[in-house]
Write a protein that binds this ligand. Structure first.
Ligand SMILES: NC(=O)c1ccc[n+]([C@@H]2O[C@H](COP(=O)([O-])OP(=O)(O)OC[C@H]3O[C@@H](n4cnc5c(N)ncnc54)[C@H](OP(=O)(O)O)[C@@H]3O)[C@@H](O)[C@H]2O)c1
Length: 277
């Protein structure tokens, strides 16, 4: 079975560069989708408290029969739990709901700058990290200004920053800040929830290489050095999205896809998103 390359994060922990995302997978479909992904060879699952399917993710990992140490599991702190004590309690619930003994990576899901307490939240994340129940901590949807506040006021440098990235939103500024500070960039909505798949430039490269547009787009992310975790509930697409390791894009292909940037988001803007579920 193909093994996925890993990246080494700033604390020495390795993260598989390709994972499986479970946003918008209903709880009743999650166990089966995650089991399909694990059967296919994925060893990294990206969930969140907000997605409402942590229990089913944990169930699937346990039912897979794989050793716990072979599956990398990420979850994220929900927006209503930024206060120090709330964050600790919410992490304890994630640990229980997953039922896997520990979490590989726990993220602050959104900075919510209008609320403005994410440095306090980060102190709780550091406490969680020190407790040994979580192998790495990081953030999601943090812009350079938000990250700088953590770097100035915190002690642990986030291991990752999970942000929206795809060919229509290439995120040059945030990715440069991340790499300049030893932070791995994780690209969410890597195929822009399907919106980039009809792009003529991507379709042209896909046709030349006899690959799908999704495979070309995911390969572009991997060659840029980001972590990706496409979501699908279809076995055929889960398998398709895993077949990325037997072809390469040329520097010209990479440049042509990067040039598609139009700073177009599919999701909310971190500067204005302050929603508490
Ligand atoms: N941190 C954050 O704020 C944040 C926000 C959004 C997402 N995420 C994470 O990133 C993961 C991926 O993002 P996403 O789920 O928003 O979007 P995505 O992976 O870019 O796209 C998923 C959509 O594309 C379809 N699809 C998947 N593979 C395909 C293929 N090979 N060909 C054609 N269509 C395909 C899926 O449909 P089917 O299911 O029908 O195949 C689904 O509708 C999430 O699951 C989550 O883990 C994080």
């Amino acid at each position: 079975m193909t093994s996925v390359p890993t990246l080494t994060m700033n604390n020495g922990v390795e993260i598989p560069q390709l994972g499986f995302g479970v946003f918008q997978i209903l709880p009743e479909s999650t166990r089966s989708a995650v089991l399909t992904a694990l059967e296919t060879g994925y060893r990294h699952i990206d969930t969140a408290q907000m997605y409402g399917n942590e229990k089913q993710v944990g169930q699937a990992v346990r039912d897979s029969g794989l050793p716990r140490s072979e599956v990398f599991v990420t979850s994220k702190l929900n927006n209503g739990h930024h206060a120090y004590g709330d964050a600790l309690a919410a992490f304890a619930r994630t640990l229980d709901d997953l039922g896997l003994g520990y979490v590989d990576l726990f993220l602050v899901h959104w900075p919510m700058p209008a609320v403005g307490d994410y440095l306090e939240t980060w102190k709780a994340m550091e406490e969680i990290y020190r407790s040994g129940r979580c192998r790495s901590i990081g953030v999601s949807n943090f812009n350079p200004g938000h990250l700088q506040r953590l770097l100035d006021g915190g002690e642990v440098v986030p291991a990752v920053n999970q942000i929206e990235v795809h060919p229509y939103l290439t995120q040059a500024t945030v990715r440069a800040f991340d790499s300049g500070h030893g932070i791995v960039t994780e690209a969410w909505s890597p195929i822009a929830q399907g919106k980039v798949l009809g792009d003529p430039v991507i379709a042209g490269i896909a046709s030349r290489l006899d690959r799908s547009a999704a495979q070309v787009t995911l390969r572009w992310h991997l060659q840029r050095g980001d972590v990706v975790f496409p979501k699908s509930v279809s076995r055929a697409r889960i398998e398709e999205n895993f077949e990325l390791f037997d072809f390469e894009l040329t520097p010209g292909d990479m440049a042509a896809i990067t040039a598609l940037n139009r700073d177009e988001r599919t999701g909310p803007d971190p500067e204005s998103f302050n929603w508490i579920p």
